[in-house]
Design a protein around this ligand. Structure first.
Ligand code: HEM
Ligand code: HEM
Length: 545
């Protein structure tokens, strides 16, 4: 670019100012070649690719509002007596952290709105991440070469949950203090190390003076810093791998069909950012969230009823609430299974997400690259697992809010607890079976559509009196979408004897893999696609309709 000045040289022999600035920057940063290589990158389009963007924009909004809050929030547990502008709290003892949250809400210009935007954006951020993850999961977008990006995403999800937790613990109101007490209980339930860890984290007996300043550093610096790094890596990988695309005419594993990043996607993305910001601001302006003045400051001797964590922590809360309070005593040491088992299940459920891509590729023996997405119906086992996981997750959310369900629906809290205990085990199994059936039904419908066309809803009466429904043939593009998918066959163990007639050694892991592969890709997962012969026979007029 720097050599191309002659065409645009002005009368005085100088390029226009804009170009000179661009030249200056390009000479030092090499932006032009970088931009040239990437700005025309093609992005495929689908509404579900927007979900990652919602996560991205709400994260940016969180950082912007978080910086503003940091200017006024005092992460200190020093005790003060309140004399601010919220009169009902005058004379009440509280920590500086709580006092500064009240000040942000009542005395700082725009403070309450920014607090509410920060909190609402956090809730939406985590929801967007979950739904984005589900899009990636159900379409198989995590398959090679995107497994590592799936792991980056997974870490973002887990860190996001803990950033949220440390955030809503900061104001030191009764609700957040109750949450911190819950975490103290979790730490103490760890055998052997629990009490040491508790002393280390809290700097002494609960609550002590250290926990809010520590959470503050973790919340505004450590976790968001790591998340920012992961996010940049996540997006670089999306760029590097190129985006996946849904099956369609002209789309293959080797091309990307869509619009260029600049100007089309930049314009869309810019607009969409402001849309997300606008919607979150409107919600934050009209729907109160975490009104700490109504909850009051934390006191370790008090706990409010109806106490709920933010939704993304509800799963962990549910596990603890519905677990029977079993305790064992070993040589004078209490092992609290009531808390220990839930805190073991919690990471297991999360780790199941992280390892899934690796397990699936091992079971299916699939080491190939995939850039065309699966339609969820064509991968019934995976779709079944996804729905089963969601059912387990939502059942536990009910467990986490068992008191609210009881009071709102006039139910017994014991019945709800028992329902959750049973549904946590039975629900996912039923969901898995039902989802697989639905997928098979949809596959059958696809086959029917390919062979007999689309039901048009037009009923005709034939000359001899019979009524028939007219079926319209599908377009070539629709036919392609319904038939392009591969139908993998399960892995075989191979012959028992090798080519020399010697018995082959089959390891236990090979046997297990063959079994799992059969369960994954076996006959009861696949309705065979129509063959060319079948299609020709029917479409040549020998068939009905
Ligand atoms: C801070 C949170 C996150 C942000 C901002 C984010 C952002 C994005 C964006 C903008 C894309 C491209 C557009 C799209 O496919 O939606 C993307 C793709 C992707 N994300 Fe995320 N993501 C986040 C979390 C996650 C999580 C939790 C997972 C899974 C555990 C994940 C896995 C992936 C994968 C595998 C792709 C590539 C998908 C493809 O090419 O089809 N991401 N992400
Ligand atoms: C993924 C990132 C983040 C999440 C999920 C998150 C979430 C939250 C939540 C839920 C609260 C409680 C708000 C309330 O109702 O009072 C909070 C408080 C706070 N956050 Fe964040 N936050 C994030 C990142 C940040 C960053 C990057 C900063 C600063 C640079 C920040 C600064 C603060 C401050 C100072 C408070 C206390 C003030 C208050 O509670 O009003 N946060 N955060």
């Amino acid at each position: 670019m720097s050599n191309e000045t002659s065409a645009t040289t002005t009368r005085r022999g100088q390029a226009p100012r804009g170009e000179r600035i661009a030249d200056w920057a390009d000479g030092r940063l090499g932006i032009y070649s970088l931009a040239k290589a990437n700005m025309r990158k093609i992005f495929p389009d689908h509404w579900s690719f927007m979900l990652g963007e919602v996560a991205l924009y709400s994260f940016i909004i969180i950082i912007l509002t978080g910086v503003y809050l940091t200017l006024f929030f005092h992460p200190s547990m020093a005790e003060v007596v309140y004399h601010g502008s919220y009169v009902p709290m005058h004379g009440i003892r509280m920590t500086q952290a709580f006092e500064s949250t009240l000040n942000i809400s009542f005395d700082i210009r725009g403070g309450l709105l920014i607090r509410q935007i920060h909190h609402w954006a956090a809730l939406i951020f985590l929801a967007a991440m979950m739904v984005h993850m589900m899009r990636v999961f159900f379409t198989g977008a995590f398959r090679k070469p995107r497994e590592v990006n799936w792991l980056f995403g997974f870490l973002l999800l887990v860190l996001g949950m803990f950033t949220g937790f440390t955030g809503y613990s900061l104001p030191d109101d009764l609700l957040s203090g109750t949450g911190v007490r819950f975490i103290e209980g979790v730490v103490l339930a760890m055998p052997l190390v629990g009490s040491y860890l508790q002393m280390f984290i809290f700097g002494g007996e609960f609550p002590g003076h250290d926990i809010i300043p520590r959470f503050f550093t973790v919340h505004v610096l450590l976790l968001p810093g790591i998340m920012l790094g992961l996010l940049v890596a996540h997006l670089i990988l999306v760029f590097y791998h190129k985006h996946t695309q849904f099956p369609g005419a002209g789309k293959t594993n080797k091309n990307v069909v869509g619009m260029p990043l600049l100007p089309v996607y930049m314009a869309k993305a810019g607009g969409f950012f402001f849309l997300v910001f606008g919607v979150i601001s409107v919600i934050a302006a009209i729907a109160s969230i975490n009104p700490v003045w109504a909850i009051g400051p934390y006191r370790p001797d008090q706990v409010s009823t109806g106490a709920q964590p933010d939704w993304y922590m509800g799963f962990a809360e549910g596990l603890v609430r519905v677990m029977p309070g079993w305790e064992w005593n070993f040589w004078g040491h209490t092992i609290n299974f009531g808390v220990l088992i839930p805190i073991l299940i919690f990471p297991l459920v999360l780790v199941a997400i992280a390892v899934y891509p690796f397990i699936e590729s091992w079971v299916r023996g699939d080491k190939r690259e995939h850039h065309i997405l699966d339609r969820p119906r064509n991968a019934p086992t995976r779709t079944g697992f996804g729905v089963a996981w969601l059912v387990a997750y939502f059942v536990m959310l009910i467990g986490g809010g068992n008191d609210l369900w009881a009071t709102h629906f006039h139910l017994s809290i014991n019945s709800i607890t028992w329902f959750v205990r049973i549904a946590f085990f039975v629900g996912p199994v039923l969901a898995f079976i039902a989802t697989k059936r639905v997928c098979m039904g949809l596959q059958r419908r696809d086959k029917d559509k390919v062979l007999h066309g689309r039901e048009s809803g037009i009923i005709k009466r034939l000359p001899h009196g019979e009524f028939v429904e007219v079926h319209e043939p599908l377009s070539q593009e629709q036919l392609h979408v319904l038939t392009q998918h591969e139908q993998p066959t399960p892995l075989e163990l191979g012959p028992e004897l090798d080519e020399n007639g010697v018995e082959r050694k089959v390891t236990r892991s090979q046997k297990l893999r063959a079994k799992l592969s059969k369960a994954y890709d076996g006959e009861d997962n696949i309705i065979p696609k129509p063959t060319v012969e079948e299609y020709k026979e029917i479409s040549s007029g020998h068939g009905h309709h």
